[in-house]
Design a protein around this ligand. Structure first.
Ligand code: NAD
Length: 297
């Protein structure tokens, strides 16, 4: 078997085209353009790259954006003061604090200080909680993007056994919640594995769908999955590559070449999940501008 490739780049482009049309209609109706406020603490190069991609995507769909660059020595108190300023600014629709934060800052504390009605990353406990009880919410962007990929390719999740490898607050956990809800999104039987799981092959071998977000290159090998599995590789890892100008290449968490021969569908890295994450951020920002999730009284 040779897997069909899930082309996240193409689906993201279509999604962005739709969002651009929706933004244009919103503006034609007399509203101001949606505005996304990004906050970068420090100068981590990977964070700068991600923010660059998000800024380009905003420009592409007609969403306005600005990035506040704050020093990595900033205190929690000062950072939260800055966030409060954006919470109270009626011209700011969405607020995104680029993670990871320097060690002296608690991401939980910082995320909770964002107004949940502007939390377009979907990381605030209010939004995660609403996800868990099937209420309208800002869905965290990576799981939401993966769901869009399933929809686009008509890959069913209902009654499937989905195994999520990785249980972080930003990817694995909301992914598992999304897949497991019986009355809304996934309707799948869902297993969550993490670094304390004793024998992950025992679980992955039984998966109809496997979603891997562990940040461990080569973690999932062909012998760990069954024939026909759907493989969604969220991992983004830099590994040394002397043949590339940069000296590294990006790989996922799965042995792509080997799994391609066994899976029915597979996402490449790059060009799979990543572009969808950014597209979903655009979608959430428009939803925030329209006050679609949390209507005003
Ligand atoms: P994280 O470090 O916060 O969490 C990793 C999770 O994987 C943890 O739950 C951990 O227990 C688990 N894990 C680690 N080693 C494991 C092992 N050997 N077996 C089983 N589980 C193991 O990471 P994260 O923020 O969730 O990101 C995971 C990966 O996804 C990273 O490579 C990150 O760069 C990537 N990522 C990609 C996107 C995208 O849009 N494509 C978005 C976010 C994160």
């Amino acid at each position: 078997m040779s897997a069909q490739i899930i082309d996240g780049k193409m689906v993201a482009e279509r999604t962005r085209n739709q969002i651009r049309e929706d933004v244009d209609s919103w503006v034609e109706e007399g509203n101001r353009r949606p505005f996304l406020q990004v906050i970068q603490v420090g100068t981590d190069p990977a964070s700068s790259t991600y923010i660059g991609a998000k800024t380009r995507a905003c420009n592409d769909v007609g969403i306005e954006t600005g990035t506040a660059h704050l020093p990595d020595t900033i205190s929690a108190k000062e950072l939260k003061k800055q966030i409060r300023k954006f919470n109270e600014d009626d011209n700011v629709d969405g607020i995104l604090v680029q993670l990871p934060l320097p060690n002296h800052l608690s991401s939980h504390d910082v995320i909770e200080s964002i107004d949940h009605r502007k939390d377009v990353d979907g990381f605030h406990p209010m939004n995660v909680g609403r996800l868990a009880v099937d209420q309208p919410t800002f869905r965290s962007c990576t799981p939401a993007g993966i769901l869009e990929l399933f929809k686009h390719y008509s890959i069913p999740t209902k009654s499937q056994h989905a195994v999520v490898v990785g249980a972080s607050n930003i990817v694995g956990s909301p992914m598992a919640i999304t897949l497991s809800r019986e009355n809304s999104t996934g309707k799948a039987t869902t297993t969550i594995c993490h670094k304390y799981t004793k024998d992950i092959t025992r679980h992955t071998i039984d998966a109809d769908i496997i979603i891997v977000a562990a940040g461990q290159p080569g973690l999932i090998k062909a012998e760990m999955v069954k024939e026909g599995v759907v493989v969604i590789d969220v991992g983004i890892n830099r590994v040394a590559d002397e043949t590339s100008k940069k000296g590294y290449k990006l790989v996922g968490d799965c042995d792509f070449e080997a799994l391609k021969k066994k899976a029915s569908w597979i996402t490449p890295v790059p060009g799979g999940v990543g572009p969808m994450t950014v597209a979903m951020l655009m979608k959430n920002t428009l939803l925030a501008a329209k006050k679609s999730i949390y209507p005003e009284d």
